[in-house]
Design a protein around this ligand. Structure first.
Ligand code: AMP
Length: 422
């Protein structure tokens, strides 16, 4: 019996993998422009990297894949990128240089969520972290980068939604105000929110069950509780964004899904046909306590992440002229199966000349070989007919102009290199 893929996962088949490669190329090129280097960390970590006392988000408490390995170590498949990067930043003492560390990652995350369109249990994220400094210019830099990235994908109506949760002091004030606000409604809130009131009332604002509860809709906003320093910090970021001409709006109620955020939180949206509320492509925020919580020095950072599947869906929906399937440069057709050894020789020579090429290994008839060549959109056909074979030449046909030349076998690479402009 055939075995199916795990629920909430998907396969990338050969006819779509070029889209992923194209997106990754775009990311890597952009990272060079911003002078950001890649970091690769394991997909599994000791559970305490994610399951920290201060972290009460659903993502960590309800959606992680946890298991004991054969040595009875408690491990977790990473549900997000930041905590693992910070663990590695601390463990590799990247802070020792005293410089800001800017890194990016591309990789799979795992969350036990209810699968639906655009929501998977294994999904990929591209993310950036800038660790070791707190400065409005740095927050602005990351927001501008995230905005720039989405604009480059050719999406329309790109905008930033931004809010500030303030520093620790402001957060405490806000925490207190929310608790006072929600306490009288305790009985009518969901079971999780009843716990959140004491532990982290901010979480209530993100609750999927209570999202339309009247008490949520008229809850105080973090803006009302920013102290002077936090307000200045936020205003300064907005000034930077304004100077750079970024399309942003202040989102009073934005708190984002993780407990480690303070000061800046933001999301990037675009207008995407048929996406509705799923038009949030990614987001992030500043974290001031995470490095210390994971055993490092008292340094802050800021980061963001985009879901790669959602980006590809957006590109697809908007019909962006983004991903052109790579075109094969040459395809060899043989009139007789016996000529395949000559074809093999030519293929090898062409590939040494860095010309992409292929032939058909299963179909014997010339017609079906030709069909495959057309399907592959080959630029040139190399035809080995009976007469040509005997004379040590091949026919080389440009599939666009339909012009066909006779070329001596040994000269085929040179002939094609010239015409392909290589
Ligand atoms: P988060 O890490 O929850 O802030 O999510 C950042 C981005 O990752 C979201 O805007 C989505 O694009 C993507 N994302 C989060 N969870 C999933 C999922 N289960 N499946 C696919 N994409 C996801």
């Amino acid at each position: 019996m055939a075995i199916n893929k795990v629920k909430g996962t998907y396969d990338v088949c050969p006819n779509e993998s070029y889209l992923w490669q194209r997106l990754e190329e775009e990311i890597r090129a952009l990272m060079k422009l911003y002078n950001i280097k890649e970091m690769r960390t394991p997909i599994m970590e000791y559970s305490e990297v994610f399951h920290r006392q201060s972290e009460l988000s659903d993502m960590v408490t309800k959606e992680t894949y946890n298991f004991d390995d054969r040595g009875e170590r408690r491990l977790t498949l990473r549900p997000e990128g930041t905590a693992g990067i910070i663990r590695a930043y601390v463990e590799n003492k990247l802070y020792a240089s005293g410089e800001l560390e800017k890194v990016y990652y591309i990789g799979p995350n795992f969350r036990y969520e209810r699968p639906q369109k655009g929501r998977y249990r294994q999904f990929y994220q591209f993310g950036v972290e800038a660790i070791g400094a707190i400065d409005p210019a740095l927050d602005a830099e990351l927001i501008i980068l995230a905005y720039d990235f989405i604009k480059r994908l050719g999406l329309k109506g790109v905008r930033v939604r931004i809010n500030s949760l303030g520093d620790e002091d402001s957060r405490q004030q806000y925490h207190h105000a929310l608790k006072t606000h929600f306490d009288p409604h305790m009985e009518t809130l969901c079971d999780d929110c009843k716990i959140r009131i004491d532990k982290n009332p901010l979480r209530i604002l993100d609750c999927k069950i209570d999202q339309n509860h009247p008490a949520l809709l008229n809850a105080p906003t973090p803006q009302d509780y920013l102290n002077t320093d936090s307000r200045h910090y936020f205003t300064s970021i907005l000034e930077h964004l304004h100077m750079a001409g970024i399309n942003y709006e202040i989102a009073n109620r934005l708190v984002r899904g993780l407990d480690y955020y303070s000061h800046t939180v933001f999301e990037i949206e675009a207008d995407i046909e048929g996406f509705g509320a799923q038009n949030v492509l990614g987001g992030g925020g500043r974290y001031q306590k995470l490095v210390k919580e994971l055993g490092g020095p008292d340094l802050g950072g800021i980061g963001f992440a985009f879901g790669m599947e959602r980006l590809l869906m957006a590109i697809d929906a908007e019909n962006v002229d983004f991903a052109k399937e790579p075109i094969l440069e040459a395809f060899i057709l043989t009139f007789q199966p016996d000529y395949r050894s000559l074809a093999t020789k030519i293929l090898f020579q062409l590939r040494q000349a860095r010309i992409s090429c292929d032939m058909n290994y299963t179909q014997k008839s010339f017609k079906s070989q030709l069909k495959q060549a057309i399907k592959q959109q080959a630029k040139y056909l190399i035809i080995i007919g009976e007469d040509e074979y005997k004379r040590g030449v091949v026919g080389v046909k440009n599939t666009q102009t339909e012009v066909q030349d006779e070329v001596v076998v040994a000269k085929v690479p040179k002939y094609l290199k010239e015409r392909l402009g290589k």
